[in-house]
Design a protein around this ligand. Structure first.
Ligand SMILES: [Fe+2]
Ligand SMILES: [Fe+2]
Length: 205
C-alpha cells in the first residue's frame, strides 16, 4: 500500500475554508458551484473504486469543489452564453484555471489541492491548458477530476442548453481514452456509472 496510507486526514479547517470559498462563489454564480459539487461526488466514487487512500480522496473532493473558482472572474453572460463562442471568448474562459490556481495557492494548503486544480484541463498528450504539460506532470487526482468534469459537463443540463445525456458523455471519454485521458480512470468511471445505473434501476424496479 502507498506510504500516504499512514497520513492523517486533512485538518477540518481546510474543508471550512473551501466551504467559505464555495459560498462566496455561489453569491454571484448559481450554476458553477453546483457543477463543481456534482463533479466532486463522481470524483470520490472513482477514487474509491481505484483504491486511493482516504486522505487523498478527501483532498480530491475539496479540490473538485473549487476547481472552477477562477470562473468568478469571467462575466456570467459569457459563461452562460448559448451557441458558439469566439476564439477571443474561449481564450478568456481558459484563464479560469490560472486564476483559480493563483487564488488557491495563496492559502498554503499542506497538500496539493492548488496543483490538482491547476491541472484539471491538462491532457496526457500535452494538448491541454494552461501549460500544456504531459502525463508525468499531471497528478492522478487531476486525471480523475478531468474525466469527471467532462462527464458532468456533457451529461448535466447547462444554463444555455439541455443535457446531452450520459451515453454521449461516456462515448466522449471512451474516444479520448489513452490519448488525452488516463485509460485506468476512464475504465473506472465507466464501471462506476454502470454500477450507479444498475442501482437506480433496481431501486425503481
Ligand atoms: Fe474548468
Ligand atoms: Fe468544471
Amino acid at each position: 500500500m502507498p506510504d500516504s496510507d499512514s497520513n492523517p486526514p486533512p485538518n477540518p479547517i481546510y474543508q471550512e475554508i473551501v466551504d467559505a470559498l464555495v459560498a462566496m462563489h455561489r453569491l454571484t454564480d448559481g450554476y458553477t458551484p453546483s457543477h463543481e459539487d456534482r463533479t466532486a461526488t463522481l470524483c470520490v466514487k472513482i477514487a474509491e473504486h481505484l483504491g486511493l487512500p482516504r486522505e487523498r480522496i478527501d483532498v480530491l473532493h475539496m479540490a473538485a469543489l473549487v476547481h472552477d473558482i477562477g470562473k468568478a472572474s469571467i462575466p456570467l453572460a459569457l459563461l452562460n452564453k448559448p451557441g458558439r463562442i469566439t476564439d477571443e471568448e474561449y481564450a478568456l474562459i481558459k484563464t479560469h484555471v490560472q486564476t483559480g490556481y493563483d487564488i488557491l495557492s495563496k492559502i498554503g494548503f499542506p497538500f496539493n489541492l492548488a496543483e490538482i486544480v491547476w491541472c484539471h484541463h491538462e491532457y496526457l498528450d500535452g494538448s491541454g491548458y494552461p501549460r500544456g504539460v504531459r502525463a508525468k506532470s499531471i497528478p492522478l487526482e487531476s486525471r480523475i477530476l478531468t474525466v469527471c468534469d467532462i462527464v458532468e459537463s456533457i451529461s448535466a443540463e447547462r444554463p444555455y442548453r439541455k443535457s446531452l445525456g450520459m451515453e454521449a458523455a461516456l462515448d466522449e471519454i471512451r474516444r479520448l481514452s489513452g490519448t488525452r485521458l488516463d485509460p485506468r480512470v476512464v475504465e473506472a468511471c465507466l464501471q462506476v456509472v454502470a454500477k450507479d445505473t444498475a442501482g437506480d434501476q433496481s431501486v425503481a424496479a
